[in-house]
Design a protein around this ligand. Structure first.
Ligand code: 5GP
Length: 261
């Protein structure tokens, strides 16, 4: 597989073409951004951890029949993924109210929701990813009703699976963001899970102490982001218990792999 030209650069990832028109390479950067790009920094090793954690979650989701774009992880920072046409909507799933919903609706932080709540945001940085309704999606043809219905079913299964997976390792899945893409499989139009699932896109709290193990450590200036993401990876069994993954170690691992290629 040959890596081709850069097709797209986002806030946390870069997409490169390959010599197969149906496949692209997704590269995980160390850049961290928040509040619509107003807060930015680079956190050495974040991309390596997100690549591994997202690979783990998407592979597990594949095994329970959730079709997704992951083909395989290539190295410490890159994955081969199927090229999809991204639906321009961020699907937000909430089990516990925190973050933007508490400010928007005055809900008490930490309120456990009776049922998972799905919210839709238009993927548009210039507009600050505004909250939209299903009616907006249909009115402006951002997705078809059949696509939204399929996505909602997938979201509830993904949420159930992920709640269980994280509960098993002492982590509460508070909320997360998903993206989906359109693809033709055997001549049939399908909608599959895309993007990444990682501590950058989920809120993950320790079940007992409620310590934040996600990107809120950056958003709220809590520090120790790499140890928190490493903790998630260790608990999921991706990194061995004894491996002490500091930012420096992660970077070393990454460069060793690069030299080998
Ligand atoms: P909130 O709406 O409370 O800011 O975010 C809800 C959930 O969706 C959080 O888990 C947050 O990480 C995720 N999320 C929402 N928008 C984005 C985004 O643009 N980028 C990333 N990485 N995560 C997002």
């Amino acid at each position: 597989m040959k890596k081709g030209k850069k097709l797209y650069e986002g806030k946390a990832k870069i997409i490169y073409a390959t010599n197969d028109k149906n496949l692209v390479i997704q590269y995980f950067k160390d850049d961290a951004t928040a509040f619509n790009n107003q807060k930015k920094t680079t956190i050495e090793g974040k991309g390596v951890l997100n690549n591994r954690i997202s690979e783990h979650i998407l592979s597990n989701l594949s095994q329970i029949g959730i079709k997704n774009h992951l083909v395989k992880r290539l190295n410490m920072r890159e994955q081969i993924i199927k090229l999809v046409e991204i639906i321009p909507i961020e699907f937000i799933v909430r089990n516990v109210a925190t973050g933007s919903i508490t400010k928007r609706l005055g809900i008490e932080d930490g309120t456990v929701l009776k049922e998972p709540l799905i919210e839709y945001c238009l993927k548009d940085d210039k507009l600050g990813d505004p909250l939209i309704s299903e009616e907006h999606i249909l009115a402006f043809d951002w997705a078809l009703k059949t696509e939204i219905d399929k996505v909602k079913k997938m979201i509830l299964r993904i949420n159930d699976f992920m709640i269980g997976m994280f509960r098993g390792v002492g982590i509460k899945l508070i909320d997360f963001k998903l993206e989906f893409g359109r693809i033709k499989i055997d001549g049939k139009n399908e909608v599959i899970l895309a993007d990444e699932i990682s501590p950058d896109t989920c809120r993950l709290w320790d079940s007992i102490t409620e310590k934040k193990l996600d990107k809120d450590r950056f958003r709220k200036d809590l520090g120790d982001l790499i140890p928190a993401y490493t903790e998630v990876a260790k608990r999921l069994g991706i990194l061995h218990e004894q491996s002490n993954v500091s930012a420096v170690n992660v970077t070393k691992l990454s460069s060793v792999k690069r030299k080998k290629k």
